[in-house]
Design a protein around this ligand. Structure first.
Ligand SMILES: Cc1cc2nc3c(=O)[nH]c(=O)nc-3n(C[C@H](O)[C@H](O)[C@H](O)COP(=O)(O)OP(=O)(O)OC[C@H]3O[C@@H](n4cnc5c(N)ncnc54)[C@H](O)[C@@H]3O)c2cc1C
Length: 447
């Protein structure tokens, strides 16, 4: 059996995975299909090309989860962060990057590494043996997508994400909202209270529909509309089809009694469903949307109980290939049915350049350690890296699994700290302090 690590896809995740494994002394081959085979979003043949915005988002490692992920990757000698820092552009608290020099220097560093070679070819089959990481991203080529689907089953591979907004539980006003499953269905008290309900009067419903109809929306790209129009229409499209459509769809008020005012029959109800095992995040059921981000927060805060909602992620509909990691991967990011194959990057159901690179960093280290015969534990649960990998490989609801950004809702609470908005600053500082200590200990155990 070959002791070389093969990585399919030289994007954010594949590049970082290669760097980490090569620095641990493992020979790596990156298989990248560009420039021979192109995608609709990439423009160049460089590795680690940023396909859209040039931002790595917040660089605040004390108060922001993505800033913390930056910190952890820097501490682990991450290539993506080193090159992002080198080609940083002024952008206030955000880390904006000069995209072409960034991608050129990632490519140069990888091709100059004595343990790394790059083969420019498209891989279309799942390898039968060896050590592999699949990091082919949201635009995985059709051939490989079909091979993954054949292995995992059609339901376990998505080609679009239709994301409903996700809200921090602590920001929902429980004096207005209440917990109840429709018709009190369920065998346990927990199941009978599995949903959080926000009631609307007729006037509130009409105003909400007006706001949906006039909100700024993102246009669909060519070919984007296939696949999701049947099952998961954006709410604004439903509203366009008729003012009552939502009231007979995801906002139907039946089978629910307002716990705060049992005699008031709501005209419509918005339901939220628990999004993680910790119960810190809730998604709005059936509320996939193409509203622009600014419009989205404005419109969704019109929902009674969500006036002060903080969003862990906003909704969207995109071309995006990703697997159902909670059912398919173990916590070492290995495909359970073919453990010689790991997955990394956006295809695992994380979202964004930084999160994808982070999952590359982790999978590269895990794979190299296994090849070297010194397997290591996956990232500690209280680090940003660990919070993310534990979410995708188990913490998330498999049935409703959708791509996720890193956010503090994925972290185990720190005991003894004040909840709510007022305690947020201290809480986030406590999360990031704890994460840094655990991450450093994990790194130190490998050196
Ligand atoms: C249109 C679009 C816009 C986006 N905008 C943003 C944004 O603004 N900000 C953000 O943070 N994220 C954005 N994303 C998400 C972004 O793609 C990811 O954050 C990040 O690039 C994912 O990293 P990755 O390594 O998983 O995939 P990628 O960076 O896409 O890398 C995957 C690589 O695999 C290669 N590949 C695919 N199939 C094969 C194959 N069969 N054989 C060999 N090579 C293959 C591809 O050519 C590519 O180089 C966007 C995605 C899309 C599709």
């Amino acid at each position: 059996m070959s002791e070389t690590l093969h990585i399919i896809g030289g994007g954010m995740a594949g590049s970082e995975a290669a760097w980490q494994a090569a620095n641990m002394g493992v020979k790596v081959v990156i298989h990248e299909m560009r420039p021979k085979v192109e995608t609709f979003a990439h423009r160049t043949g460089h590795l680690a090309e940023m396909v859209c915005s040039n931002s790595f988002r917040s660089d605040d490692d004390e108060q922001n989860a993505v800033g913390l992920l930056h910190w952890e990757m820097r501490a682990a000698n991450g290539l993506i962060m080193a090159m992002a820092d080198k080609h940083r552009l002024p952008a206030g608290g955000a880390l904006a990057v000069d995209r072409d020099p960034f991608a050129e220097s990632v490519t140069a560093a990888l091709t100059a590494h004595p343990n790394i070679s790059v083969e420019y070819d498209e891989i279309t089959d799942l390898p039968e043996d060896g050590h592999w990481i699949i990091a082919t991203g949201p635009l995985t080529s059709a051939g490989l997508g079909a091979a993954i689907q054949a292995e995992t089953g059609a339901d376990a591979l998505a080609f679009f994400d239709a994301i409903a907004p996700i809200i921090y539980a602590e920001s929902i006003n429980m004096d207005v909202a209440w917990l109840q499953s429709r018709y009190d269905k369920g065998d346990t008290d927990e199941e009978r209270k599995a949903y959080l309900n926000c009631p609307m009067t007729q006037a509130q419903y009409e105003a909400f529909i007006d706001a949906l109809l006039t909100a700024d929306k993102t246009e669909f790209h060519e070919g984007e509309t296939a696949g999701y129009f049947d099952g998961c229409l954006p709410i604004e499209v439903m509203a366009e089809r008729g003012r009552e459509t939502l009231r007979f769809g995801p906002m139907k008020p039946v089978g629910l009694t307002n716990a705060h005012a049992p005699d008031d029959k709501p005209y419509a109800v918005v339901q939220l469903r628990r999004d993680n095992a910790l119960g810190t995040l809730y998604n709005i059921v059936g509320f996939q949307t193409k509203m622009k981000y600014g419009a989205q927060t404005e419109v969704l805060r019109m929902i009674p109980g969500l006036e002060d909602a903080s969003f862990a992620r906003l909704g969207g509909i995109h071309r995006n290939t990703f697997i159902n990691s909670p059912t398919l991967l173990d916590n070492q990011m290995r495909l359970k049915s073919k453990p010689h194959i790991r997955f990394a990057g956006q295809i695992t159901g994380v979202e964004g350049y930084v999160e994808s690179a982070a999952m590359g960093l982790l999978s590269g280290r895990l794979a190299a350690a296994e090849i070297l015969g010194q397997p290591i534990e996956t990232a500690p649960a209280n680090s940003a890296m660990g919070a993310l990998v534990h979410h995708i490989t188990g913490g998330a609801e498999a049935k409703t699994f959708q791509p996720m950004n890193v956010n503090f809702g994925l972290f185990h609470p720190v005991e003894g700290l004040k909840g709510g908005r007022r305690g947020r600053k201290d809480r986030y500082k406590a999360y990031t302090d704890r994460a840094k200590a655990d991450w450093q200990a994990w790194l130190a155990a490998q050196s």
